[in-house]
Write a protein that binds this ligand. Structure first.
Ligand SMILES: NC(=O)c1ccc[n+]([C@@H]2O[C@H](COP(=O)([O-])OP(=O)(O)OC[C@H]3O[C@@H](n4cnc5c(N)ncnc54)[C@H](O)[C@@H]3O)[C@@H](O)[C@H]2O)c1
Length: 263
């Protein structure tokens, strides 16, 4: 089992100005991080966060992570600022099936680019020290959901991507561990506004979305952040974790060749 120490490490979190990402920043700092960079489009919220957390250990770079060059520049600036990088959390995401192209660009494309940049700066085969990448899945990564089918598809993508980078081939070559965090319903703006962004061409789909989300056990962002610390310090490469209902985070075993055949 890994025994990764967070103390004196450097992290980068996308979408860290609000919601779950901001709690990640708080919890990582509480665990002794040397420095952390927040990449977000929401400058106002990010500056508020820095006011609260102090500028010594938190750096903000206004970045639209769907813009490849902005994301690349931001990684470079962060590495120069802290003289290293150890933990990357590709957290920024939206639930918005009515703007599904943007949703795919953010929930999928930007995560792919974030993983490739994590390799660029942390991989041993590029001269780095290795590290950890956590990608934002969801409990909807692991099941079907009629209220937001395209969002659900983007979150399934995250599991396939992260488990595939989280294989022995990549770990041996790069020293970078890959983990998927799958939060359940968590009180953030993403959830409170979800009904506004459902597909428009299907009757009652927004009501179904809100009603079905309401049937899941809910929690606060700090519950997810607590789980993140467990995952980062102890999570096996490629592992997938669920944080729901304020319970301790748990690892999920997905069916494979030997167990997936319907009896
Ligand atoms: N809240 C939940 O119930 C829940 C459940 C499962 C998974 N998730 C996932 O967790 C992650 C965080 O969600 P959240 O609930 O904290 O959402 P949130 O809306 O509270 O926060 C998302 C953050 O991402 C930022 N962001 C949006 N577009 C961006 C862009 N193009 N570039 C940079 N930053 C951008 C926002 O400004 C915001 O700070 C998402 O990937 C989401 O899909 C959330």
């Amino acid at each position: 089992m890994p025994d990764f120490q967070i103390g004196e490490k450097v992290a980068l979190v996308t979408g860290g100005a609000t919601g779950i990402g901001l709690e990640y920043v708080r919890y990582l700092l509480q665990h002794g991080l040397k420095g952390i960079t927040i990449l977000d489009i929401n400058e106002e919220q990010a500056l508020k966060a820095i006011e609260e957390l102090g500028p010594n250990k938190v750096h903000f770079i206004k970045t639209d992570v769907t813009k490849k060059q902005e994301l690349r520049d931001a990684f470079k600036e962060s590495v120069q600022k802290w003289k290293g990088l150890d933990i990357v959390i590709n957290n920024a995401g939206i639930m918005n099936d009515s703007s599904w192209e943007l949703q795919v660009a953010l929930n999928c494309n930007a995560v792919v680019e974030g993983c490739l940049l994590a390799f660029k700066y942390m991989s041993k085969h590029y001269g780095g020290n290795g590290g950890v990448v956590v990608n934002a899945g969801s409990i909807l990564s692991l099941r079907e959901f009629s209220g937001c089918p395209i969002y659900t598809g983007t979150k399934h993508f995250i599991v396939g991507l992260t488990k595939s980078f989280g294989t022995p081939y990549f770990l041996n070559l790069t020293g970078v561990r890959f983990l998927t965090m799958c939060p359940g319903v968590t009180y953030t703006p993403l959830i409170s506004e979800a009904g506004r962004f459902a597909l428009t061409d299907f009757p009652k789909i927004a009501e179904i979305l809100v009603q079905d989300l309401g049937s899941y056990p809910a929690q606060q962002p700090e519950d997810v952040a607590q789980g993140l610390i467990t995952m980062i310090t102890k999570g096996e490469n490629g592992s997938v974790w669920v944080s729901e209902g304020g319970e301790p985070v748990y690892e999920v075993i997905l069916p494979d060749l030997k167990t997936w055949r319907k009896k």
